[in-house]
Design a protein around this ligand. Sequence first.
Ligand SMILES: [Zn+2]
Length: 104
Amino acid sequence: MDIMEKKCSKCGEVKDIGEFGKDKTGKNGHAAQCKICRCNHEKKQRKTPQRQQKIKEWIENNKESIALKSKQYRELNIEKITVRAKEYYQEIKNTDKYKKQKKI
Ligand SMILES: [Zn+2]
């Protein structure tokens, strides 16, 4: 039987192979880092200024198509959106939170 355990290259813990994501470039088709470490890494990546900048740039470059898409979405789903908004209003109108907001 194969040993279905693997040591994470990041946290150094020996974990069940199921705790490692699939990665074609890794040994035996599994990632070198466990899912938790990879997840943490991705979260950090998302927060880096460079990444934020890239997202910003992407939005800048795609403003028109984003606007067009959301316009098309609204046009196609106007009934759904209206119904949802009404339902939402019915749901929240008697809540304290909404009443407070109204006062402000
Ligand atoms: Zn790890």
